[in-house]
Ligand binder design. Structure first.
Ligand SMILES: Nc1ncnc2c1ncn2[C@@H]1O[C@H](COP(=O)(O)OP(=O)(O)O)[C@@H](O)[C@H]1O
Ligand SMILES: [Mg+2]
Length: 228
């Protein structure tokens, strides 16, 4: 994503912030009117809530675009891969339980897999992959998260799901910014683009394999010692 998109995302944030503030102001004014005994239709509140919801969504999109386009270089720190991965798996666990999805952990115990990496960047990658897997899988399905050290100096994260899979004609496009097959309003198409951008900045590689109707596996190979 280029400079122009970055500039637009940045510029759009300011009016979005103002719209959100104005909505808040209208709410205060409506409350005052009601306290003064004048009637404001309930639809007006619903309309404000809609506006705020959509403004928030725009904010999420510009935020994603900024983290994609203006992504900072990594700041390597000593960290434990298992800790980081477990932290993100923990975030989706409750939702998975509720939806009858098995979360299978295939990684070493916390505290036993030390690397030098950029923890916030790595968390973002793990979370984006888990989010996609959660959307692909139905009740009774499973998501398996593996961490393995197969090559010297590198380690691999695999997020595998038994979900809907990716159609052959789509698989080459999933890393493109804004490519999404989700219904309007539900996906930005930036999740995997951000993953790829981060993984490349960390000096690693990311690949996706999928069989429609069977499931998907995303593999991320990262250096054990990320360079700044
Ligand atoms: N685990 C998965 N299973 C099936 N399809 C997936 C999976 N991960 C990604 N995809 C496909 O790749 C597209 C792009 O994913 P992503 O970049 O995260 O954007 P978004 O989730 O907003 O659509 C998704 O819309 C979906 O079609
Ligand atoms: Mg996504």
């Amino acid at each position: 994503m280029g400079e122009v998109a970055l500039g637009i995302a940045h510029e759009v944030n300011t009016p979005l912030g103002i719209i959100a503030q104005e909505v808040e102001l209208l709410r205060v004014l409506f409350d005052a009117e009601r306290r003064a005994g004048r009637s404001i239709p309930a639809e007006a509140d619903e309309s404000l809530a809609q506006i705020l919801g959509q403004v928030q969504r725009c904010g999420e999109i510009t935020h994603s675009m900024l983290s994609l386009a203006g992504g900072r270089p990594p700041i390597p720190q000593k960290a434990d891969v298992a800790d980081i991965v477990e932290g993100m798996v923990g975030l989706v666990e409750r939702e998975a339980q509720k939806r009858g999805i098995a979360l299978v952990r295939r990684y070493p115990a916390c505290g036993s897999f030390g690397v030098a990496t950029d923890p916030p960047m790595l968390r973002q990658v793990v979370l984006n992959l888990l989010e996609n897997a959660m959307l692909a899988v139905e009740r009774g399905g499973s998501i398996t998260v593996c961490v393995v050290a197969e090559e010297p100096g590198f380690w691999t994260l695999r997020v595998r799901d038994s979900g809907c899979g990716i159609a052959q004609e789509h698989i080459g496009r999933v890393f493109n910014p804004f490519f999404t097959t989700r219904p309007p309003g539900q996906g930005t198409g930036l999740g995997l683009a951000i993953c790829a951008s981060i993984v490349h900045r960390l000096g690693g590689s990311i690949t996706v394999g999928s069989t429609p109707g069977t499931g998907t596996e995303v593999s991320v190979c990262l250096p054990a010692d990320v360079e700044a």
